[in-house]
Design a protein around this ligand. Sequence first.
Ligand code: AMP
Ligand code: ZN
Length: 466
Amino acid sequence: MKIFNTMTRRKEEFVPIEPGKVRMYVCGPTVYNLIHIGNARPMIVFDTFRRYLEHKGYEVNYVSNFTDVDDKIIKASVEEGVTSDEIAERYIAECKKDMEGMNVRPATVHPRATQEIDGMINMIGTLIDKGHAYVKNGTVYFATRSFAQYGKLSGKNLDELRSGFRNLKVSGEEEKADPLDFVLWKPRKEGEPAWGSPWSEGRPGWHIECSVMSKRYLGEEIDIHAGGEDLIFPHHENEIAQSECTSDKRFARYWMHNAFLNIDGTKMSKSLGNFFTVRDIAAKYDLQVLRLFMLSAHYRSPLNFSAELMESARSSLERIRRAASRLTDLAAAAGEAKEDESAKIEAAKAFVDRFDEKMDDDNNTADALSVVFDLVRFANTEVNETSSKELVDTVTDILRELTDILGLIVFVKEELLDADIEALIAERQAARKARNFARADEIRNELKEKGIELMDTREGVKWKRI
Ligand code: AMP
Ligand code: ZN
């Protein structure tokens, strides 16, 4: 399997540190608001990659943080007159709901910055002791010139950057020894959350949290570090500096970065105001449509959000679901083989290899999705009422396996939840009461189609899955 490594700017064969295991860290969102669909792109893309790694037999330790101490969170807390903790708690809960809707599996661990302050103080202490950081008036800075490899990930021309920064005169940071030095710890300002430290009562800078959480949950050396491409500089460059200066080891072997989700050719972002939240999309679409839309592009290509592309994703999803539903119906009636189907069974199995080949090529979900559509076409043309149970089941299992890797829920009949069934039954009762028997029958039939049988008994309506 090959991964495009931002560090070397080429596709490299993936070799994990420990055979059979993958240690992966994905930078998570800052929780001060509902997440937008730009934030959803790395979530969906790397969740899919994780699922694929598991399909290949790897045990994946997948860590993704929530940044819950930050200027924007503090601003939101002041505006609402509540604590930053309350803001963070609320939006972590909302983010988890969105993840569930998009079928993004929870990480093995979702650490929160505010719960890792001790680890950060320790690492900052080590960096000071080793001469990689210095204190000025209660603020601790990382000394970028102390790390000869600073800039290796982004390939930036540091001298140009330095002179650019010098002209900028960042307010309050004139005390830095070098314009590229960045904050590891800063003293509190009035009304801000703060923790005690040897340097000042204050709070950590943003970058240090990921170095610390990655080390704590995955160890000093990890296999894959991922996030959106805007994080390459300075965030990931700074993480590398902090981690490698602490451990004297290589921090991450592979760096994966997704390109932006754009709207009208511009990056979707909160600060520009040109965004849709995942919640906005959920009001109009099944979030599986959003997931399919995201996977229909290569993760390293910019993706433009548009109503047309969403509509096309919607009909693509329906096409797969119709095939899945047809296979389920065929399975119920299928029996013994009437003719030799071995060639068809082999042809069906070959789709898994074709799918893997695409995913092995740097997580190419766009091409892997095309293989799924080819499989759908195969199912629609090669499997029918005369097919044996073995053939129907083989094709069904493969369709389920491949769509599971992509995190797409296509066998929806089984997904009908008890609460949905109860709600439809209540609606049917109301329709009957209103003597709208046509609607009542329609609901009965709709449920029947989804494998739910209704029984009108003296104790009321009972139902069972058939
Ligand atoms: P933030 O909350 O801004 O720190 O972002 C969380 C994650 O979402 C990071 O990995 C960002 O790179 C990513 N991200 C933010 N906006 C976009 C976008 N428009 N397209 C793709 N990824 C994005
Ligand atoms: Zn990070």
